[in-house]
Design a protein around this ligand. Structure first.
Ligand SMILES: Nc1ncnc2c1ncn2[C@@H]1O[C@H](COP(=O)(O)OP(=O)(O)OP(=O)(O)O)[C@@H](O)[C@H]1O
Length: 633
């Protein structure tokens, strides 16, 4: 077997299935560049054709020739007939996604000889018959989705230590949920006539009799339905408890509503005031420097302790009185809406210390909120500084944090940016993991990746020597609606070599020895590490000797080499079904970006295009039934 055999197999498959023809340029000698085909070591390892309007049956001796295939996704198509028996010859097959087709018949025994399977989704098809206990042979299985089919009979005991995701909802199963599956969530079993934990309806005494509901195909012999048995069990005391509980709950709700309304009206009044002040300051029709941060701000600074803390920080940020005669220099067409004096009077709190200095959140008296970076170690001359910072200030893109103004004196160098209310991607990924945290869905992560890539792409488009120089997750900030904005670009040109060169080691390309000399391809490397961070949820090592830190590219590559690709993803991400292939594609992109040799890394433009493509294919999957036909292929 070689790549030529793989190519022949792909062409045979294309000729055999009906529906829309895949847009493959078959004159290319290698199929590795065909859409949906992925290669490793010059062999086809993945075939992904989701929602491609493919129909018909897969005939024998087509797939079987793709001997090194690890991922097969033909989800959301119109394929029919039994499961292709070729599967049994795919000894490397890890991921099989066939959900959302019209496959039918009972599950064949040969399926249970594909021991390499890790993720299997056969959901939303027309499979029938019993669910075989043969799944127990698939000892690596982590995902098993069989929902929305026509399976009947009892559920066999599937006791697989590795199984994390399981769903048999909306079939025609009956009997009790077997022991090995009771740890799965309730919604994995809904829409059947099943009983016992984790479902609410208990089984009859023998533990086997299904709870019967009208029209169910279960054994209804001597079984009471759930409603009846509940009614019998409720004592007078329990009813009284429920009534009292409800009343107390209702009163609490009213109280909360009252407090919430009061708080809102307070904020509203303040926002009106501030708007009035700002209009006076900026003149009618002028765009305020930064959108006022009304929510929460008034409370944050009202307490006396908070005020005292803010005062301390203010003193810290304050520059000598003799310098106040110097002016803040504003960029672009933004007129000077506050002056140095006002900036120094602002309440400030430390946001964090970074490579180039300390960053503060400053709330001006007019309500404007800005982030002020106080640079340290600026070694270049004033003229050079002004030239370089003018370059930084002229960058204007939706995905960049705008530098609004700067201040330069011998003792102090300040940079004034728009304040980004949702903090950084780093905080979002690695910060407080408690409740109330914004869920980091695939949609959000891939949106952040795309926006950040576009921000960097804009920088690179300004000239071959223009780079960011310090791409990392704490420099990807988020607006109120979680739009990503890249910050800190171009600052490595202003300062000396950081005193701690290992600080950004986790993101730095291997060829970079002086952090002031970062090429565009080195930016791409850092961006690749950022993608790995988004996908794995793991922070790259901040210092070479940090035991807890991981060298992300090296770690991911070792796992992928051992063919356990699915293991690298953040567990939170694996909750989202149907996007694993896109996740793998993004992972592949991240691996390409972190190639050791700069020349083999893609350009940031290519990176942005690839993220855009894979995002498009995942949203196609979401809406497949309704609009796939009208989608351009
Ligand atoms: N404009 C801003 N709005 C909101 N938060 C910001 C802003 N700029 C920086 N921050 C946050 O302030 C903290 C300190 O930022 P700073 O840029 O000084 O250091 P860093 O990003 O950790 O490291 P480096 O200096 O190497 O970029 C970080 O958590 C960062 O996310």
């Amino acid at each position: 077997s070689d790549l030529a055999t793989d190519k022949a197999a792909l062409l045979a498959l294309r000729a055999a299935v009906g529906g829309r023809t895949f847009l493959w340029n078959v004159t290319l000698t290698t199929p590795c560049n065909w859409q949906g085909v992925l290669c490793a070591n010059n062999r086809v390892t993945a075939l992904r054709l989701p929602a491609s309007s493919i129909s018909g049956t897969i005939p024998p001796n087509t797939l079987s020739n793709l001997t090194l295939l690890r991922t097969l996704s033909l989800r959301l198509n119109h394929l029919s007939g039994p499961l292709p028996s070729d599967l049994t010859q795919l000894s490397q097959l890890r991921n099989l996604y066939l959900q959302g087709n019209r496959f039918s018949g009972p599950l064949p025994d040969f399926l249970f000889s594909v021991h390499s399977l890790v993720r299997l989704s056969l959901a939303q098809n027309n499979f029938s018959g019993e669910i075989p206990s043969g799944f127990n042979n698939l000892t690596r299985l982590r995902t098993l989705y069989l929902e929305n089919n026509g399976f009947t009979g009892v559920l066999p005991d599937i006791e697989l230590l590795s199984l994390q995701q399981f769903n048999v909802s909306f079939n025609s199963l009956n009997g009790s949920v077997p022991k090995g599956l009771r740890g799965m969530p309730e919604n994995a079993f809904l829409g059947n006539s099943l009983c016992g934990k984790p479902l609410e309806n208990a089984c009859e005494a023998n533990g086997e009799t299904p709870a019967a509901t009208a029209g169910s195909n279960g054994n209804i012999n001597g079984v009471e339905n759930l409603g009846k048995s509940r009614k019998k069990k409720l004592s007078g005391g329990a009813i009284a408890g429920i009534v009292i509980g409800s009343v107390v709950g209702f009163v609490l709700l009213l109280l909360l509503l009252f407090i919430f309304c009061r708080k809102r009206s307070g904020n509203k009044a303040r926002s009106v005031d501030m708007a009035a002040i700002k209009n006076q300051e900026t003149g009618i029709g002028e765009k305020p420097l930064v959108e006022a941060e009304n929510g929460g701000m008034s409370n944050e600074f009202s307490g006396s302790a908070a005020a005292a803390a803010a005062m301390t920080a203010k003193r810290e940020i304050g520059v000598g009185a003799n310098e106040e005669t110097k002016k803040l220099a504003f960029f672009g067409n933004v007129s000077q809406v506050f002056n140095l004096e006002e900036l120094l009077r602002a309440s400030a709190e430390v946001l964090g210390k970074g490579t180039f200095g300390t960053t503060y959140k400053a709330v001006l008296e007019v309500g404007t909120v800005v982030a002020v970076k106080r640079l340290k170690d600026v070694t270049i001359s004033e003229r050079e500084f002004r030239e370089k910072i003018e370059g930084v200030g002229s960058m204007d893109h939706h995905n960049l944090v705008p530098l609004r103004a700067y201040y330069y004196s011998r003792e102090e160098k300040l940079l004034v940016y728009d304040y980004m209310p949702m903090g950084s991607l780093s905080a979002l990924l690695h910060g407080n993991k408690g409740g109330g945290r914004t869920p980091l869905t695939w949609e959000l992560r891939s949106r952040i990746a795309l926006g950040a890539a576009r921000g960097v792409e804009y920088l690179h488009s300004q000239g071959t020597v223009v780079t960011h120089g310090n791409i990392k997750s704490s420099n990807i900030l988020l607006t109120k609606s979680y739009e990503p904005r890249v910050t800190d670009f171009g600052l490595n040109q202003l300062v000396g070599v950081p005193s701690s060169p290992t600080r950004v080691a986790g993101y730095r390309a291997p060829e970079v020895t002086d952090p002031r000399l970062v090429s565009q391809k080195a930016d791409v490397y850092s961006f690749g590490v950022l993608l790995l961070e988004l996908l794995t949820g793991k922070a790259p090592s901040h210092a070479l000797l940090n035991e807890e830190g991981v060298d992300l590219p090296r770690w991911v590559q070792s796992v992928v080499r051992e063919e356990w690709t699915s293991e690298v993803f953040d567990l939170q991400l694996l909750r989202y079904q149907n996007v694993e292939e896109e996740m793998v594609q993004l992972l592949q992109l991240a691996i390409d970006c972190t190639a050791q040799h700069p020349d083999t890394r893609p350009s940031i433009t290519e990176v942005a295009i690839r993220i855009e493509d894979l995002r498009r294919s995942s949203s196609l999957g979401d809406h497949e039934q309704s609009n796939v036909v009208s989608e351009p292929y």
